[in-house]
Each structure stands twice: as structure tokens, then as C-alpha cells.
Design a protein around this ligand. Structure first.
Ligand code: TRP
Length: 324
């Protein structure tokens, strides 16, 4: 039997090349070997949001990127977390087998509490319980995530184990599936590419926007003048060439070291590589965006299918817990 994959992403709107290289391309690949369920976790987003006015738009933009990148609604279930409300029911039930100490010692909780001291809400503490509910509601056994999510996955396993121990075997213990892709560094040259740091390149950007953004990228500070020899190994533009001009990296490095190319040309070449690689994606995305109601239909169908699985699991959980 095929394993079942579940993964969730907070709806951050238009996705960037870091999201694609680090996660989305892996989601697409997994569709071949697993039954996949991919979710826009809008309720999780509420734990850190100041406002909710962009939430629905952000979900739509993320879904368009996922679909254009190759997530196939015929193969996979694509849905929005809050459209299948049983996850909140399961969250409450799982909270009864989750010691508070497990949650308050999670590093991401402490980190978020530090980032938003004015808003240390109850939902933030329960974040990993809701994430566990996401996964086990669908009895997923495999969860593709980044390194940063490993503590959450460990907790999910502990909660599932404790539930199984207390009420009888119900849930598989979900395994993290780490992608071997290295973190993609943003245009600032130091931090992981992220929208919140504004050091990113959107997949759906126009070729012109892409070029303009790359011109702002931080390069080797030793190259004040074109005649200064460079150190490609510390330059993020060079690192990005690995993904978009893979056959030319050696050549580019040699020219940089020998001061035979300037950073501006180097960035222009990177922009060309990115724009060429993304042209088919951008074309597909524009077509999907132009189809009225397409995303809404995909999400309604995904929610319907997810709902079917969720209903079964909730019935089983309630039976085991003595509620029905
Ligand atoms: N916590 C994850 C993140 O911040 C998102 C997420 C929510 C998730 N539920 C999930 C990831 C279930 C994997 C499985 O990226």
C-alpha cells in the first residue's frame, strides 16, 4: 500500500524560489509514490497574525503557485485547513493527552513568545497540538518538512504515541521526511530566503521585476571595482547560479576570481537563468489565474475529500475515548 503524505504550509501569499527549491518541488515529486495531502494552514496563521484581511488572498496566491508548479488536484488532495473543521475538534481531544510542559519547552514557542511578547496567546502554546491534529486526522505516516519543524514532528509522535497507549492503537507515528536540499539564502546573502525579510524572488514575478531584485543582491564585498578579484564561494549570487545556470558555475567562478566579469553582468546572467527556468511556470500560472473559480473548485473538491477521511477518524477517536 502507498504511504500517505501530509504537509502544511502557512499561507504566505506568493511563493518564492526558496519555497520552491526547498519544499514545493519535493511535494510535486512525492505525488509519484505517495497519496499526498497538502494543506494551507490558515488557522495556524492566526497564531502570529496581526490582521486577517489578506488571508484569503494569500491562500489563493499560494495555491496558484502550488498548482502551476505541478501539484495535481487529480492526484493529491489540496485544501484549506479551516474548511475541514474536524481538525479543531481533534485538536481539543488531543490536548487532553498533551502535558503542558511538553508545549512550553518547545524552542519555537519560546522564540515566538519572544518575538511577540504582546501576543502570547493560547493558540501559540497549542500550535504543535494543532499540527499533530493535522497529520493524524488523515493518518499520514510521512511528513515532508524543513529542519526547523523537527521538534514539532517529535512532539507529534509523542502525542500520537500517548494517545495510542491510553486509548488503543489508532494513529501511525508520523515520520519526518527531510528534503536534502540545502537552505536557499536570500538576496541579503546571509539569511534564509523569506518573504518577511524581503530578501526573496517571487516565482510569479515578471522578468523585469526579477532582474531588478537581483540587482539589489549582496555580493562579495571585496569587489569594489570590477578589477578586484572576487571570492565566489562567499557570494550568494554564485550559489544561486548553481540552481539556474548549473553548467556554468565553474566558468563563472573562474571569471569572478580573475576579475574577468563584473557583478552586474553576473547578476544579469542569473536573472536570465531564473527567467528562462520559470517561463513555463509563469505561463501556466497566468492561465490558471485567468480561469474563473478554478482555485475555488480545486479547494472545494480537496475539502470534500479531506472531510471524508476526517469524519472516519473522528468517529474512531470518539469511540476510543468513550464519547460515543
Ligand atoms: N508548522 C508548519 C510550518 O510552520 C506548518 C504546518 C502546520 C505543518 N501543520 C502541519 C507542516 C502539518 C507539516 C505537517 O511550516
Amino acid at each position: 500500500m502507498k504511504g500517505r503524505v501530509f504537509s502544511g504550509a502557512r499561507p504566505t501569499g506568493r511563493q518564492h524560489i526558496g519555497n520552491y527549491l526547498g519544499a514545493i518541488q519535493n511535494y510535486v515529486k512525492l505525488q509519484q509514490d505517495y497519496e499526498c495531502i497538502y494543506c494551507a494552514v490558515d488557522i495556524h496563521a492566526l497564531t502570529t497574525l496581526e490582521g486577517t484581511e489578506n488571508l484569503k488572498e494569500n491562500i489563493r496566491e499560494m495555491m496558484l503557485d502550488w498548482l502551476a508548479a505541478g501539484l495535481d488536484p487529480e492526484k493529491s488532495i489540496l485544501f484549506v485547513q479551516s474548511h475541514v473543521p474536524q481538525v479543531m475538534e481533534l485538536h481539543t481531544l488531543l490536548s487532553m493527552v498533551t502535558p503542558l510542559g511538553w508545549l512550553t519547552r518547545v524552542a519555537t514557542f519560546k522564540e515566538k513568545a519572544r518575538m511577540q511578547p504582546h501576543n502570547i496567546n493560547y493558540g501559540l502554546v497549542g500550535y504543535p497540538v494543532l499540527m499533530t491534529a493535522d497529520i493524524v486526522l488523515y493518518k499520514a505516516d510521512t511528513v515532508p518538512v524543513g529542519q526547523d519543524q523537527l521538534p514539532h514532528l517529535e512532539l507529534a509522535r509523542e502525542i500520537a504515541r500517548r494517545f495510542n497507549y491510553t486509548f488503543g492503537d489508532t494513529f501511525p507515528e508520523p515520520q519526518a521526511l527531510l528534503s536534502d536540499f540545502p537552505a536557499v539564502i536570500g538576496l541579503d546573502g546571509v539569511n534564509k530566503m523569506s518573504k518577511s525579510l524581503d530578501n526573496h524572488i517571487e516565482l510569479a514575478a515578471t522578468p523585469e521585476e526579477t532582474g531588478e531584485r537581483i540587482m539589489t543582491a549582496f555580493t562579495d564585498p571585496a569587489r569594489k571595482y570590477r578589477s578586484d578579484p572576487g571570492h565566489p564561494e562567499i557570494c550568494n549570487v554564485w550559489r544561486l547560479h548553481h540552481f539556474y545556470n548549473p553548467n556554468q558555475v565553474e566558468n563563472i567562478a573562474a571569471e569572478c576570481r580573475g576579475a574577468l566579469r563584473g557583478c552586474v553582468e553576473c547578476k544579469e546572467q542569473l536573472a536570465q537563468g531564473i527567467n528562462a527556468a520559470l517561463a513555463p511556470f509563469r505561463q501556466r500560472r497566468a492561465e490558471l489565474a485567468a480561469r474563473p473559480q478554478y482555485v475555488e473548485e480545486v479547494l472545494a473538491d480537496g475539502a470534500r475529500r479531506a472531510h471524508g477521511i476526517a469524519t472516519e477518524t473522528i468517529r474512531e477517536v470518539k469511540e476510543r475515548m468513550g464519547l460515543i
